[in-house]
Ligand binder design. Structure first.
Ligand SMILES: Nc1ncnc2c1ncn2[C@@H]1O[C@H](COP(=O)(O)OP(=O)(O)OP(=O)(O)O)[C@@H](O)[C@H]1O
Length: 691
């Protein structure tokens, strides 16, 4: 260990790394969790303690100073100060602080608290709220560690005759989604600019051969990828891509990677890396959420003396308190889309009236892919209407992202939404974690999400980078029980201002009232969506609704109502006897049983290939004939950030279609399901495995 540390970091680092861990470990157990990391980062002076951490009492501060080794470096809070003692390479610092580059000034809490420990080579589990700069927290010290490695020969990088090779990987970052992997790579390339370090990606859905050729030709020091593709590349000896000298393994969104959907792949990847008994390696895990269920896995994966840096206080709800979170009860499932349109229109009306509000830029999350598609199609139709195009909302982009789109379309949607000034992204859970879309003003969750972590990560797409944001949850009253049980304590306030949420849509509305106009617009938009997609949406929501509603009967009735009243479809989708049996449903619940022939007659199906609706081939579905597979605060609180000279800174703060053999589920990343939950995982097709 000592020798290895010398190899990696030089003698002084090696000495520091061998100082007894008991000091910090003991303190870590004595102090509340949010204070423990302070000792890890070796705070030396009372001034830095008090200025950076106003929540800490003087007595506690003294206790820590007494017990902290005097030789340890002071806590650094400004990126510029990382140059002292050559802690971080000048090029990296320049890339971070220069106004024409990243333009960042003050480190966030999680960045300060983990930097020394990562440079030192410790294993870390870091938990910090969404949008608080965790990406740079692991990138900066990791890039530095590669530069510190004397076996990395940067003098040869870029030269045609003597480039670095594909087996020079020193750090590997695993991400649950392709988009997140790409986003991390963009950030890593920015931070590494001018250092000679080579950053590569290996993500599913893209051309494997081209990506591989790039790694082979240019070499690689830092590889970022999704589990499936990484496993593919690393397990194939013909690729030449290997990591015999790996120093650092990073799991971003660690709890997601350690849950059942990904854990086997992650384990396999670890098996393809050099044995930790031969090549000492550091493992870093970062996430905003670390549910108890995965702690066992965390312990098995990290070294026994790993450091747990937790900037979320134990008594704190892990969502930004300054993000207003509103709960809207909808009369029926069909009321969600009108309520979403009303929310956007109200915001726009306030802007039109001169209120200083940012343009409406929202992500609407759905629990099923097909529902995402119907909703996006309907809003796109609304946005095409002459009336909308003449309105002040004319510039709103309506975009869609889910795992059923090709990777090219997914990337295009993500890029377009990133660039959009105003718009709505209709999304499944592929964007729920880690994605950093700028200036998102609203996150709207339609239906109770599958678990508390999903709620928190989705909400975390807003109120980032010191901006304000709002969270909205639209839910049917019959989801109340599951909402309480599944989501636990959250600071949601009931909001009854969206009139269309409670409108009885079985009535005919005239355009004389604002609600009537909204409902009619949505109806017209939905009229332009094809029947097959609506059937898929019904089927996709079947698993979610039966899992979310107090009773299955209520779920079926709500879905039937959505289908006939909201989607204006004539006859209900037929469920095969086998599917109804599997789901424990019967005719008395309001189920329309059949073999799908009615859908075929009426056009709500597709013949093969289409994984939603009905298909005649391959019974993946449950239909008799095949089927549907279908943080921060302003000033003071260093959870946050400040850019450039702003010290007060803000603070920034599967669809697996149909039932275990069919159906549609809001996808959760580029892989399968997590903790099984009958209401979701038993019920869905395999869309989330197609990543
Ligand atoms: N020290 C800093 N000061 C200001 N902005 C920062 C700082 N560090 C990172 N940022 C910016 O904050 C935003 C959020 O960062 P990042 O995506 O790393 O958050 P995260 O904590 O990983 O969030 P999530 O939990 O959602 O993955 C990014 O736009 C990033 O550039």
């Amino acid at each position: 260990m000592m020798l290895n540390t010398v190899r990696r970091f030089g003698v002084s680092h090696a000495l520091r790394a061998t100082t007894p861990r008991s000091v910090s470990t003991r303190l870590a157990t004595q102090l509340p969790k949010w204070q423990a990391p302070l000792t890890l980062s070796s705070i030396a002076t009372p001034r830095s303690l008090h200025s950076s951490f106003p929540r800490m009492s003087a007595a506690t501060a003294e206790a820590i100073i007494e017990e902290t080794e005097p030789s340890k470096p002071a806590m650094i809070t400004e990126f510029a100060d990382l140059a002292s003692g050559n802690l971080i390479h000048n090029s990296i610092i320049k890339n971070i602080i220069q106004p024409d580059r990243m333009n960042l000034k003050t480190m966030t809490e999680v960045q300060s608290l983990t930097l020394h420990e990562i440079v030192k080579g410790d294993d870390i589990l870091a938990q910090a709220k969404t949008g608080t700069g965790k990406t740079l927290a692991f990138l900066v010290p990791t890039l530095q560690n590669i530069l510190n490695d004397p076996t990395v020969d940067l003098s040869r990088v870029g030269r045609r005759s003597a480039r670095t090779g594909p087996s020079e990987i020193r750090a590997l970052i695993i991400s649950p989604t392709r988009e997140l992997a790409e986003q991390i790579a963009v950030e890593a390339r920015k931070a590494a600019f001018g250092t000679g370090l080579i950053v590569q990606t290996a993500v599913g859905g893209t051309q494997k051969r081209a990506g591989l050729a790039k790694i082979q030709q240019e070499g690689c020091h830092l590889l970022i990828g999704t589990p499936g593709r990484l496993k593919d590349i690393l397990s194939d000896p013909w690729t030449g891509v290997s990591a015999p000298k790996l120093n650092t393994l990073i799991l971003d969104e660690a709890d997601r990677l350690l849950d059942q959907g990904f854990a086997p792949d992650v384990e396999e990847i670890q098996g393809l890396l050099p044995s930790p008994t031969k090549v000492d390696r550091q493992t870093l895990m970062f996430s905003a959420t670390v549910p108890r269920e995965v702690m066992q896995m965390v312990r098995q994966t990290l070294k026994p003396n790993f450091k747990h840096v937790n900037t979320v206080r134990e008594d704190e709800v892990p969502t930004h308190v300054r993000v207003p979170q509103k709960l809207v009860y909808t009369r029926g499932l069909e009321n969600s889309l009108p309520a979403l349109l009303e929310l956007a229109q109200n915001w726009q009306a306030r802007r039109d009236n001169g209120e200083q509000l940012r343009p409406f830029k929202a992500i609407a999350y759905f629990n099923s892919t097909a529902e995402t598609k119907v909703s996006a199609d309907a809003f796109n139709a609304i946005a095409r209407s002459p009336e909308f195009r003449k309105s002040s909302m004319a510039n709103m982009r309506m975009l869609e992202i889910n795992s059923r789109l090709t990777q090219a379309l997914r990337t295009r949607s993500a890029d377009n939404f990133r660039k959009a000034r105003e718009g709505i992204l209709f999304s499944s859970d592929v964007t729920a974690r880690g994605m950093d879309f700028p200036d998102v003003t609203h996150v709207v969750q339609v239906g109770v999400p599958r678990d508390r972590e999903t709620y928190i990560h989705r909400l975390g797409r807003t109120a980032r980078a010191g901006k304000e944001g709002e969270g909205w949850l639209f839910m049917h009253r019959a989801e109340q029980d599951v909402y309480r049980k599944r989501l636990g304590r959250l600071p949601l306030k009931v909001d009854a201002e969206l009139q269309s949420a409670d409108a009885d849509l079985s009535q005919t509305f005239s355009n004389d009232t604002p609600v009537g106009q909204i409902v009619n617009k949505v109806t017209e938009g939905l009229a332009q969506c094809d029947g097959a997609t609506k059937v898929k949406s019904y089927m996709g929501q079947l698993g979610t609704a039966t899992g979310n509603f107090n009773t299955k009967r209520e779920a079926i009735q709500a879905l039937n109502q959505m289908f006939t009243i909201g989607y204006k479809m004539q006859s209900l989708p037929e469920l095969s006897p086998r599917l109804t049996q599997q789901m424990g449903l019967n005719r008395a619940d309001g189920v329309s049983m059949g073999d799908g022939s009615r859908q075929r007659r009426e056009g709500g199906f597709s013949r093969g290939g289409d994984r939603g609706g009905f298909s005649r081939g391959g019974d993946r579905s449950g239909f008799s004939r095949g089927g549907d597979r279908g943080g921060f605060s302003r000033g003071g609180d260093r959870g946050g950030f400040s850019r450039g000279g702003d010290r007060s800174g803000f603070s920034r703060g599967g669809d697996r279609g149909g039932f275990s053999r069919g159906g549609d589920r809001g996808d959760r990343g580029d892989r399968g399901s997590s903790r099984p939950r009958r209401s979701f995982d038993d019920s869905f097709g395999d869309d989330s495995f197609r990543f």
